[in-house]
Design a protein around this ligand. Structure first.
Ligand SMILES: Nc1ncnc2c1ncn2[C@@H]1O[C@H](COP(=O)(O)OP(=O)(O)OP(=O)(O)O)[C@@H](O)[C@H]1O
Length: 329
């Protein structure tokens, strides 16, 4: 039987009285992998921070719904912190985390301090454990890397160090927020392969955030598409990318460049929805080619189409699926 590691039920996130994210329903099973995609500002990073229990540093909180991790209710930041799950059960590699390495601290110090803080040496000297971790993330000559500083490493090496730090406490769930951004294509592939190996070989659950659908396709079993602070479509990655049902997912796929693609790329007209002026109904309606007056009446709830596919669009049953947009995903 599959074991649920993370369960977000109708989660909303608020900062300074403004609801920035709403209606997040997501489950990650032990050893499962979920992608979160959406354009900038859609709420991906705040959702990750909520899962990792680090909203408070932004002055944010989960204002509605419930969040449980490894069977514990961690909806409030206090419950999350008191449960001591960070680093051991869940860990977050935030966006641009590579630049968070202290330039004056050797890589070895970063690792041994983290291992000690998490009490995660596993009965061996922290330095030996640090060497093991660098080896595990595919860094050659780990002893040499331990003595180096961040500026002496390439971008790909720094990202591997970040992954080593993230897995130091043997977490059950790794959340990686845009882990391949700012890396060149061949290094991106290697980092994705490493995340996939950790997910498959060590049964570590993975939440992978990206605005690149190709990245998510390569490494996740299911995907949640976010727009305007809400999940608008969710299902197995194969189903969502091959047979997208939400007009926003379809638009994202039409706008995506891919090698060998022959059809014209079509951008998404209009500007993204903004939290200080959310539309009254469907948040994508002002940009949607299929919108009718009824779409402005109320925010559509997620509707289950089948066991592997949920969509929040009030016209989902009328609109035909354009499988061609998914064919090149
Ligand atoms: N600390 C904050 N204070 C106020 N608003 C915030 C804060 N952090 C994020 N927001 C707003 O919340 C919304 C969601 O932001 P979030 O960073 O989660 O988006 P995202 O999908 O991760 O975007 P990106 O791909 O650019 O990282 C945006 O409108 C953003 O401006």
């Amino acid at each position: 039987m599959t074991e649920t590691l993370l369960h977000a039920s109708n989660v909303a996130i608020e900062i300074a009285g403004l609801e920035l994210v709403s209606q997040v329903n997501l489950k990650v099973d032990k050893g499962g992998s979920v992608g979160i995609v959406g354009e900038t500002g859609s709420g991906k990073s705040l959702t990750c921070r909520a899962f990792a229990g680090s909203l408070a540093v932004l002055g944010g909180r989960i204002s509605r719904g419930t969040l449980s991790l490894a069977g514990r209710n961690v909806t409030s930041p206090r419950a999350h912190a008191e449960a001591g799950l960070y680093g051991r059960v869940v860990t977050l590699m935030p966006q641009n985390s590579m630049s968070a390495l202290n330039p004056l601290m050797r890589i070895g110090t970063h690792l041994t301090e983290t291992i000690k803080a998490l009490d995660a040496d596993g009965g061996i000297a922290p330095k030996v454990r640090a060497t093991e971790l660098l080896d595990r993330v595919g860094l050659r000559e780990p002893e040499r890397v331990l003595r180096q500083y961040a500026h002496q490493l390439s971008g790909g090496m720094r990202q591997r160090v970040m992954i080593a730090l993230a897995i130091a406490g043997r977490p059950h769930l790794l959340i990686a927020d845009e882990p391949t951004t700012a890396l060149d294509v061949s290094v991106q592939k290697e980092i994705l392969e490493l995340l996939r190996r950790l997910n498959h070989e060590e049964n570590m659950g993975l939440i992978l955030v990206s605005h690149d659908l190709g990245v998510v396709k390569a490494a996740t079993q299911s995907v949640a598409v976010m727009y305007g602070g809400m999940v608008v479509e969710h299902g197995t990655t194969e189903t969502v990318l091959r047979h997208p049902r939400h007009p926003y997912t379809q638009a994202l796929l039409r706008a995506r460049p891919a090698i060998g693609r022959t059809e014209r790329l079509i951008g998404i007209p209009g500007i993204p929805a903004s939290p200080d002026a959310w539309p009254s109904g469907c948040r994508f309606a002002p940009r949607c080619p299929h919108a009718l007056t009824q779409c402005n009446a109320s925010v559509p709830a997620l509707e289950t189409l089948d066991a592997h596919h949920v969509v929040a669009c009030c016209r989902v049953h009328e609109l035909t699926t354009d499988d061609r947009v998914g064919a090149s995903a």
